[in-house]
Design a protein around this ligand. Structure first.
Ligand code: SF4
Length: 326
C-alpha cells in the first residue's frame, strides 16, 4: 500500500539532499522526492527513468519522480531574467524554475512543505541567506520551503508552525565545512552518494562557451545539439546553431554516432579508419566537415581523400583535394 506523500523534496543524489529527506522521514512523514533533469545536469537518466527511480528506492528508501525541464529550460537560457553567473549558468532563474515547478506539484498534491538540502552559507552566492530569501519570494514558496539542515537558523515555515514537522529535530548547519553533514551521514548510515563535483555543465567554462556559441543570433539549440556538444572538437559555422564536431577518440566517435539523429550528417573517411564528424548544417557544408575530418586523421598526408556521408536515409560519397597537403 502506498501512503499519500505529506512532504515534497528536491533530490540531487548529493549527500545534503539525502540527509534532508532522511531527517524528515525520521519524523514519520511520507516524502515524495523530485529530480529535475536537463541536458546540463543529470541527463544520463533520460530514457532510463524507471530504472533510476527503482535504484534510488532500493539504495535510500526514497520515492522519486523525474521531471525533464528541457523545453522550458532551453528557452529560459536564451535570456534569463536574472542573468548569468561566471559562465553560462543562470543559477537564479534555474532555482526559481525548479522551485516553481515543485510548488505547482505541491499544490496539486496538497503537501505542506517543500524541502531541500540547502545549507546557509555553503555556496558563495546561491546559498547566502539574502539570496535564499529572494529565491523563495520569486518562486512564491515563502513559508512552504524548508531547509532541514539549516532550519534553526531560518524563519519557521508553516509546516513547523502547524506542528507537522518538529523544529527541535531539525539542524543549524551553516558554512562550507562538511563535518556536521559527515557525522550525520554516519549516524543515519548514508554511505553512498554523489560528490558535489558531479554538478552542472553550465559552470564548466569550456562547455559553457560552446553552448553560448549556439545561442547567438537569437537561436535556441535542441537537446540533441547540446548532447553532441559534450564530445569531440567543436567548430562553429556561420549560422549560430550550425556546427561541425569531430570525435577525438573511439569513445567520442561511438557517442557521436549514438547521439546524432536523422537531422545531422555523419561524415567519415571512405577508405580508411578515422574519426567521425557530425555536421549540423546544409549539404554544401559537407566539404568543410570533410576538411576537418582530414585534419584530425591519417588522411592529412594524402593529396586526395575519399569521403562518405549519410543523413537519415540519404547517403553519398565524394573526393576532396586535401588542402593541407598541397
Ligand atoms: S549550477 Fe547549474 S544546476 Fe545549479 S543552480 Fe546553477 S544553473 Fe542551476
Amino acid at each position: 500500500m502506498t501512503t499519500k506523500p505529506e512532504i515534497l523534496a528536491l533530490f540531487s543524489q548529493g549527500l545534503d539532499s539525502i540527509l534532508a529527506i532522511k531527517i524528515i522521514q525520521q519524523q514519520n512523514l511520507q516524502v515524495k522526492a523530485l529530480k529535475f533533469i536537463t541536458p546540463f545536469f543529470s541527463y544520463d537518466i533520460k530514457g532510463r527513468e524507471t530504472e533510476y527511480c527503482e535504484q534510488i528506492r532500493k539504495s535510500y528508501a526514497i520515492d522519486l519522480d523525474i521531471i525533464d525541464l528541457t523545453p522550458n529550460y532551453l528557452k529560459m537560457l536564451a535570456a534569463p531574467e536574472y542573468g548569468y553567473g561566471k559562465n553560462f549558468n543562470p543559477c537564479l532563474d534555474c532555482k526559481i524554475m525548479m522551485l516553481t515547478q515543485a510548488r505547482i506539484k505541491a499544490e496539486e498534491m496538497g503537501v505542506q512543505a517543500i524541502i531541500t538540502g540547502e545549507v546557509v552559507g555553503q555556496r558563495p552566492f546561491s546559498q547566502r541567506r539574502d539570496t535564499m530569501r529572494r529565491i523563495e519570494k520569486l518562486s512564491l514558496t515563502e513559508g512552504l520551503l524548508l531547509r532541514p539542515l539549516s532550519a534553526k537558523l531560518l524563519t519557521p515555515t508553516r509546516a513547523e508552525n502547524a506542528g507537522l514537522i518538529d523544529r527541535d529535530k531539525l539542524f543549524d548547519f551553516s558554512g562550507r565545512g562538511r563535518k556536521p553533514q559527515m557525522a550525520l551521514a554516519e549516524e543515519l548510515k548514508v554511505r553512498d552518494y554523489l560528490t558535489p563535483a558531479g554538478g552542472c555543465l553550465l559552470t564548466d567554462p569550456g562547455f559553457a562557451l560552446r553552448v553560448k556559441t549556439l545561442y547567438q543570433q537569437n537561436l535556441i539549440p535542441t537537446a540533441t545539439d547540446l548532447e553532441l556538444l559534450k564530445f569531440g572538437r567543436f567548430y562553429p559555422l556561420q549560422k549560430a546553431d550550425e556546427f561541425i564536431i569531430v570525435g577525438r577518440h573511439r569513445a567520442d566517435n561511438l557517442e557521436l554516432l549514438a547521439t546524432a539523429t536523422e537531422d545531422y550528417f555523419i561524415v567519415q573517411l571512405a577508405a580508411m579508419a578515422g574519426p567521425v564528424a557530425i555536421l549540423k548544417g546544409s549539404a554544401d557544408q559537407l566539404s568543410s566537415a570533410a576538411e576537418k575530418l582530414c585534419q584530425h586523421s591519417k588522411a592529412k598526408n594524402l593529396s586526395e581523400v575519399e569521403i562518405k556521408w549519410r543523413r537519415g536515409r540519404e547517403n553519398g560519397a565524394f573526393t576532396i583535394k586535401n588542402s593541407l597537403n598541397k
